[in-house]
Design a protein around this ligand. Structure first.
Ligand SMILES: [Zn+2]
Length: 165
């Protein structure tokens, strides 16, 4: 079955190639339904694109949070630094001065070493009591105070004995 595209005249003769009325080239007339051919095809796959984030107001949000996240680790090392190097220099100095005052008690070490040992020991002990996270060594400070106090008294007695003699 052939059909003329211009005058829509159909021709049963398959050997005809041109319309007998206007000479238009005939085309094959598809009589059979075309739907079964498409029904055999697999159902069309719907490829869904990923949801695109096009909201320009979402990008500033992480930028605002970033300073906070950068600020957070900057504080933690500070705490670690403070904890690792808790100041005990005063207490250490008090203990060293106290030991020195004991060693030099014969030379009135209790006067010129025992007093500084008690002063630095008291300062170190108070700092450790007020802020234990920053200052430590209260034990050393107390021992410095004790040695300084003992040698100070011993030195005073020695000095009095020297004066009396
Ligand atoms: Zn025709």
């Amino acid at each position: 079955m052939k059909q003329c595209p211009r005058c829509q005249q159909t021709y049963a003769d398959e050997l005809l190639n041109f319309c007998l009325h206007d000479g238009e080239m005939l085309v094959d007339l598809q009589t059979e339904p075309t739907s079964p051919r498409f029904a055999d095809d697999p159902p069309p796959t719907m490829v869904m694109d990923n949801v695109r984030v096009t909201n320009p107001y979402q990008s500033p949000a992480p930028m605002v949070q970033q300073p906070y996240q950068q600020w957070q680790p900057a504080v933690n090392p500070q705490f670690g630094f403070a904890a690792a190097t808790a100041d005990d220099t005063m207490a250490k100095a008090a203990m060293i001065l106290g030991i020195a005052s004991v060693v030099l008690v014969c030379c009135y070490g209790g006067l010129w070493l025992g007093i500084p040992a008690m002063v630095t020991g008291f300062i170190g002990w108070r700092k450790a009591q007020e802020d234990p996270s920053k200052y430590t060594g209260s034990g050393m400070a107390v021992s410095g105070i004790a040695m300084g106090g003992v040698t100070f008294l011993v030195s005073l007695i020695l000095m009095f004995l020297a004066i009396l003699n």
